[in-house]
Design a protein around this ligand. Structure first.
Ligand SMILES: CC(C)(COP(=O)(O)OP(=O)(O)OC[C@H]1O[C@@H](n2cnc3c(N)ncnc32)[C@H](O)[C@@H]1OP(=O)(O)O)[C@@H](O)C(=O)NCCC(=O)NCCS
Length: 259
């Protein structure tokens, strides 16, 4: 597996991966209208259409998020030897695999954002392309502040509940301006627990080391073991148990690397 920078033609692949992961994420299930079936029965045209609409909505949100200056998206692509091993595995397994585009199999992605005003931060934020940078920032910011107007899979009332709880939770805010934030990390469910997430995380850890800054991430319960294993500390936690009626505790943990 290797990482390469995101290209526009990866949008469908990364949206499909996120949509699949969201199906088992209690928080995403709370604020998304996602009673969809990722492996639709070809006889049930309605299912297939609903799933496609859901992935398209997710794609719109992701594409707008990536526009924000200082945002870097990496995709994880299988190498030839991984594909061979995977083909053998798939012969024995059910479920659709990750998306193949241009003969590449994209199995995950990460979205990072560089905050700050140092020369290094401005380099990541596209210093020098002022007009396009501002337009992109405006569009991306609008999307966030109006809470994803182009994403029909979002339940806006529940999203507002989620965001308000995050904001009012007893969590520390980043005190340092110069930092990396990990905005998203998704590995296709069929490819999890093979070390891909850890390797994707490594890019940010190396950057943070070189730039002598910390990394902040607001982690799902599913992500937390990976961050703990990779040297992050938990500095706060928001509980969603009372608004999400789920059988297990649901939290978002604020994790920081470089404390
Ligand atoms: C969280 C996620 C990115 C982890 O990716 P991954 O490729 O499965 O992670 P790795 O295989 O690199 O895991 C490295 C280590 O992290 C820990 N870890 C990862 N997932 C774990 C899990 N579900 N339970 C316990 N430990 C886990 C383990 O120590 C693991 O090492 P091991 O497999 O040798 O025990 C992936 O499960 C995912 O995409 N989940 C859905 C989306 C999500 O919640 N993303 C996090 C957003 S903050």
């Amino acid at each position: 597996m290797h990482l390469r920078p995101y290209r526009n033609q990866d949008a469908d692949a990364i949206a499909a991966i996120k949509a699949r992961c969201d199906l088992v994420d209690p928080l995403a299930l709370f604020y998304r209208r996602s009673s969809t079936n990722p492996d639709p029965d070809p006889q049930q045209k309605g299912d297939e259409k609903r799933w496609r609409t859901h992935v398209k909505s997710t794609r719109r949100s992701l594409c707008l998020e990536i526009l924000m200056p200082g945002t870097v998206c990496w995709v994880l692509v299988l190498d030839d030897e991984d594909v061979e091993a995977e083909n053998n595995r798939q012969n024995q397994k059910h479920g659709s695999s990750a998306t193949t585009n241009n003969n590449e199999t994209v199995v995950g992605f990460t979205i990072w954002s560089r905050h700050g005003s140092s020369d290094m931060a401005r380099r990541w934020q596209g210093h020098g392309e002022k007009l396009t940078t501002r337009v992109k920032a405006f569009v991306s910011h609008l999307n966030l502040s109006i809470r994803y107007p182009f994403d029909s899979s979002i339940d806006r009332h529940r999203m507002a509940q989620f965001v308000n709880r995050l904001k009012s939770g007893p969590c520390p805010e980043p005190s340092e301006k110069e930092r990396w934030e990990l905005e998203a990390m998704y590995i296709h469910p069929l490819y999890q627990r093979r070390g891909f997430g850890g390797r994707a995380l490594q890019w940010g850890v190396e950057r943070a080391l070189q730039e002598r800054v910390r990394i902040w991430v607001w982690s799902t319960d599913a992500g937390k073991p990976l961050y703990l294993k990779n040297g992050f500390d938990e500095v706060g936690k928001v509980d969603f148990g009372d608004i999400i009626h789920h059988s297990e505790a649901v939290t978002v943990s604020v994790m920081v690397w470089g404390m």
